[in-house]
Write a protein that binds this ligand. Structure first.
Ligand code: CTP
Ligand code: MG
Length: 236
């Protein structure tokens, strides 16, 4: 392994149809800032990230290109499924990179230290995913009946960014299994026998999925903004 700083790229998937949200969530505003802008900003703050590729839907691609041209950011048109969008974003990656991260455009609160930690772990352990303990008890339900309770202690919720050593990612994405529609790409690795390292994630790094997530996003953003403001005032 090279004894130099790790170079990483991120593929940000923002080409979905926001059906559960009910309106275009990538450009919804949190305290006046677009969700996708906040998402991208966290990666631009991460030292290892040298390249950002964002997949937008057909209706957002021109807007996306206008908003993010230059600064090592490319916007491409995604596909009908998350995996198709992932493949299209990957095919636009031409830079040499050690680690490839895959992130949901709808997760605006992945912190730079968490991203960095995942990149470093992926570099040494092949792949790394952020996980958080489940807060609710999970039941298996069929036909309106609760059939079984899943052991909460041994199950975790998985977030993004999910990071891979570039050679591992390339193998994974070109496999026949990658043609299915999956909500989680690291599932492909587990199926091929590679176990991604599970790194402690962050409850704040949630995905904006339904409209009520926006109230939490606003509150979190305001809190973070005020904290940074106080910190900067102390410095000056
Ligand atoms: N995504 C994508 N291309 C798709 C489907 C999803 O790039 N064809 C992206 C979404 O834009 C989102 C991320 O994958 O940032 C996670 O998906 P999800 O939260 O399910 O978003 P949507 O698919 O847009 O929402 P929904 O399932 O409610 O329609
Ligand atoms: Mg979806």
């Amino acid at each position: 392994m090279a004894n130099r700083p790790i170079r990483a790229a991120v593929l940000i998937l923002a080409a979905g149809s926001s059906r559960r949200f009910g309106a275009d969530k990538q450009f919804a505003r949190i305290s006046g800032r677009e969700v996708i802008s906040l998402t991208v900003e966290n990666f631009l703050k991460t030292r290892e990230i040298k390249k950002v590729i964002i997949a937008f839907s057909a209706s957002n691609i021109s807007k996306g290109k206008r908003l993010f041209s230059g600064r090592g950011i490319d916007a491409v048109q995604g596909g009908d499924t998350r995996m198709q969008s992932l493949r299209k974003a990957f095919s636009a990656l031409d830079a040499e990179t050690d680690v490839i991260c895959v992130h949901d455009g709808a997760r605006p609160f992945a912190s730079a230290p968490l991203i960095s930690e995942l990149i470093k772990t992926a570099w040494t352990k092949k792949a790394a995913v952020p996980v958080v303990p489940l807060k609710d008890t999970v039941k298996k339900v069929r036909n309106g009946l609760a059939l079984a309770t899943i052991d909460r202690k041994s199950h975790f919720a998985v977030q993004t960014p999910q990071c891979y050593r570039a050679d591992i990612f390339k193998k994974m994405i070109s496999s026949k299994r990658a043609e299915r529609d999956l909500t989680d790409d690291s599932q492909l690795l587990e199926e091929s026998g590679i176990r991604p390292a599970a790194v402690p994630g962050d409850y704040s790094n949630f995905k904006i999925t339904t409209p009520e997530d926006m109230a939490l996003a606003e509150a979190l953003y305001e809190k973070k903004f005020k904290k940074n403001f106080k910190k900067n005032r102390k410095k000056s």
